[in-house]
Write a protein that binds this ligand. Structure first.
Ligand code: ADE
Ligand code: ZN
Length: 320
């Protein structure tokens, strides 16, 4: 499965940082982050909320545009090695310069520089989705949206929301989403991972996103599943993430197959691969084993992802 060309729509840049990379940065900066790691070097967390804490602590080692340049190269190298040819990646002004527009532009310049290098050397294309973080609250999300609007263009193509779905409501972030939409950015929102169908409905009806990050708990309400299918809303499904965090016990128990069979536009991504001990190749292997999916199903999933990508038509035809 490694060599099959893959389109990934849902990857958090900081969440894709290999633990050894973060340990290296911590050492350079004389930070003691040993508590974040297991004895075998992997990230240590007990549940989703602990994961968010470890994620943010690991991210505290990323302090300069140069750190992000190196991170972007490391992440794209790993994605390319797993057959990813196009990666839509969540970028957060919260972590890149503290939502200051000037600093954000410097971080973005460094990330883009690395992405251009990776495209030349490894044939992988990156597009950025600026994401606000739900548990940081609506005021910070406004500042994030301003950063996004200031840098919207051919390379920054979308706006989204991640973080703890159990706090606040999508409608609390309307200003930020309206601002991003007015700047021409396309919309996705995390929902239906830790919240149930009501959370998916709120994101769908209040933010009107083209795509939903996860969305998989919609399976608990078949009327909602049918609504997603009718609207053509694309789900950025991350089965390995959901299994690693304990939402479902195995790939076989994961609802992606049922959602697909009922006509929902599903795609496959990794979310935060080293945290969840996964890669795009592993996701494909596990799905193939769990659901007996052959190459034609994966071709369909990739076609759906390509059609749903927030890039321009030139880029789409180049990667097709
Ligand atoms: N940020 C990084 N990974 C996330 C996830 N799985 N859910 C919500 N926010 C996230
Ligand atoms: Zn995510």
């Amino acid at each position: 499965m490694k060599s099959m060309p893959k389109i990934e729509l849902h990857l958090h840049l900081e969440g894709a940082a290999p633990p050894a990379f973060i340990r290296g940065l911590a050492q350079e900066k004389h930070m003691d982050l040993s508590g974040l790691f297991n004895p075998d070097g992997s990230y240590r967390f007990t549940d989703f909320w602990d994961f968010l804490k470890v994620y943010e602590a690991a991210t505290s080692t990323l302090q300069t545009p140069e750190d992000y340049r190196r991170l972007t190269l490391a992440v794209l190298e790993e994605s390319a090695a797993n057959g990813v040819v196009y990666s839509e990646t969540f970028l957060s002004p919260d972590f890149c310069g503290g939502r200051d527009v000037g600093a954000w532009k410097e971080y973005l310049h460094a990330i883009r520089d690395a992405a251009d290098q990776a495209e030349r050397q490894m044939g992988i294309t990156l597009r950025g989705i600026i994401t606000c973080i739900r548990h940081f609250g609506p005021d910070k999300a406004r500042e994030t949206a301003v950063c996004a609007a200031e840098t919207a263009g051919d390379w920054i193509t979308g706006f989204g929301i991640a973080g703890d779905e159990k706090v606040l409501q999508p409608k609390d972030f309307l200003w930020a989403f309206d601002c991003a939409r007015e700047a021409g950015l396309r919309i996705t929102a995390h929902a239906g991972e830790w919240g149930g169908p009501e959370s998916v409905r709120a994101a769908l009806h209040d933010l009107n996103p083209e795509r939903i990050g996860h969305g998989v708990r919609a399976i608990e309400d078949l009327a909602l599943v049918d609504e997603l299918a009718e609207r053509g809303t694309v789900l950025e499904v991350c089965p390995g993430s959901n299994v690693a965090l304990g939402i479902w016990p195995t790939f076989r128990a994961h609802p992606i197959g049922k959602l697909f069979d009922r006509g929902v536009k599903v795609t496959v991504s990794t979310d935060d691969p080293p945290f969840f001990h996964t890669t795009m190749a592993r996701e494909y292997d596990m799905l193939s084993d769990a659901f007996d999916w052959d190459d034609s199903v994966f071709a369909t999933l990739n076609r759906t992802a390509l059609d749903a990508a927030f890039c321009d038509t030139d880029t789409r035809s180049k990667i097709a």
